[in-house]
Design a protein around this ligand. Structure first.
Ligand code: SAM
Length: 279
């Protein structure tokens, strides 16, 4: 297994040799951040949106439940990219967009123009691990989709999400994750891992992000494993859910998300009556 992974990794690296050479010369990373990845992400987002639309609709349906007592919903998104989630936010929602890469303006503008029901408050060029511009306890909801695969420090990012959330707020997530170790998908991920990370701006295929979420200090993790139909890609296994921050006033925290349909298997696997962490 190990030898065959190494062999196929080398074959893939050979195919991507020009990119490895550009990387060696220090040309690829800036080109990737400025030109390739913004272009790629806008097109990929359109495909991912088609495949994950239903799951995102279900996930974000109960966002209004986290409005503050004043009726406002202040939402901060980590790694906004081209704004693929704006369409799912409720009207009047006040959004702070953050991303470590400032080169998504064109895609972002297109998405903002399409989604004028949302109030865009701020755009911060910031890493998820360091949101010091955002005061503690100042937002109702933090959203991260397809971002914990790319951050340098998953636990640090979750810690920052917890810090900026008000008590009783929630962290919403949809992330691709490592596949089951006995599956071909895992084998495929192991082959693609180094080249994928280089080509797609640091995206890691092999993270067990649910473990970081389980260990983070939220109050009641509501997490589902699912497969998004992205054939031939190594990013089919996903996790989706939300994680509320403990509220000092509530005796029990409402957990309003229940995924009723799963792309790959029997829908009855995924209801809130099941244990909170499913595979
Ligand atoms: C695959 S894209 C996903 C974009 C968007 N969330 C979506 O669902 O389409 C990953 C995004 O995370 C951003 N990113 C990577 N590392 C980050 C970090 N440490 N902090 C914040 N954003 C980061 C990238 O610049 C990119 O916009």
């Amino acid at each position: 297994m190990e030898a065959s992974i190494l062999f196929f990794r080398a074959c893939l690296a050979l195919l991507a040799l020009p990119i490895y050479l550009l990387s060696f010369l220090g040309i690829w990373q800036p080109f990737c951040k400025k030109v390739f990845f913004p272009f790629f992400l806008e097109h990929f987002s359109a495909i991912h949106e088609k495949k994950a639309k239903k799951q995102k609709q279900e996930l974000f349906r109960n966002l209004p439940d986290f409005r503050s007592p004043s009726g406002e919903l202040k939402l901060l998104e980590i790694g906004t990219g081209c704004g693929a989630n704006f369409q799912f936010y409720p009207p009047g929602c006040k959004v702070t967009c953050t991303d470590i890469n400032p080169n998504f303006q064109q895609g972002l503008l297109r998405s903002m123009n399409k989604n004028q029901h949302v109030h865009y408050e701020r755009f911060l060029v910031a890493a998820g691990e360091d949101l010091h511009q955002v005061p503690s306890g100042s937002v109702d909801v933090v959203v991260g989709t397809l971002v914990l695969c790319s951050v340098h420090d998953v636990n640090g990012t979750l810690k920052e999400a917890l810090r900026v959330l008000r008590p009783g707020g929630a962290f919403y997530f949809l992330e691709h994750v490592v596949a089951d170790r006995s599956s071909w998908k895992y084998f495929w991920q192991q082959i693609c891992y180094p080249t994928w990370k280089l080509v797609f701006d640091g995206c890691c295929l092999t993270r067990e992000i649910w473990k970081n979420l389980e260990q983070a200090n939220f109050s009641e993790l509501n997490l589902h494993h699912l497969s998004i139909a992205l054939p031939w890609t190594p990013i089919q296994p996903h996790i989706v859910g939300l994680d509320p921050r403990p509220s000092p006033h509530a005796l029990s925290q409402p957990v309003p998300f229940s995924l009723t349909e799963r792309a790959d298997t029997n829908p009855s696997h995924l209801t809130s009556a099941q244990p909170k962490v499913l595979y």
